[in-house]
Ligand binder design. Structure first.
Ligand SMILES: [Ca+2]
Length: 118
């Protein structure tokens, strides 16, 4: 079941993001750009400063008309993959459900980028 879901997300990702911005063989570069953005924008995206980027925070930035289109594409990727990213590291019982931490980003992108090294 989770494999089917991953397949759909991959298709969505390629359609909605990569194909609009970069050739397919540059997908790893695109992922790197998203990673850089997520790191740099972490404090901005985490509007309430609790150390977790939450779904409603991503949605708020996506709806904000002051957010540049390029950033919106990055945010869309984060929203589409939020659960997978949030689950990359288990922070324990104190963690915010579905919230993305810096550690999550690090672990998630390491994993995803490793898939491109074939
Ligand atoms: Ca937050």
């Amino acid at each position: 079941m989770s494999e089917v879901k991953a397949e759909v997300e991959k298709d969505d990702f390629e359609k909605s993001w990569v194909s609009n911005y970069v050739p397919k063989d540059s997908a790893a570069d695109a992922i790197l750009q998203i990673k850089d953005y997520a790191y740099k924008a972490f404090d901005k995206l985490d509007s309430d400063g609790n150390g977790y980027i939450e779904k409603h925070e991503l949605e708020a930035h996506l709806k904000d008309e002051n957010t540049p289109a390029r950033e919106k594409s990055f945010i869309t990727f984060l929203l589409n993959n939020q659960q997978a990213i949030a689950d990359a590291v288990h922070e324990g019982s104190t963690s915010v459900k579905g919230g993305i931490t810096r550690l999550d980003l690090e672990a998630y992108f390491k994993l995803v980028l490793a898939m491109f090294k074939n």
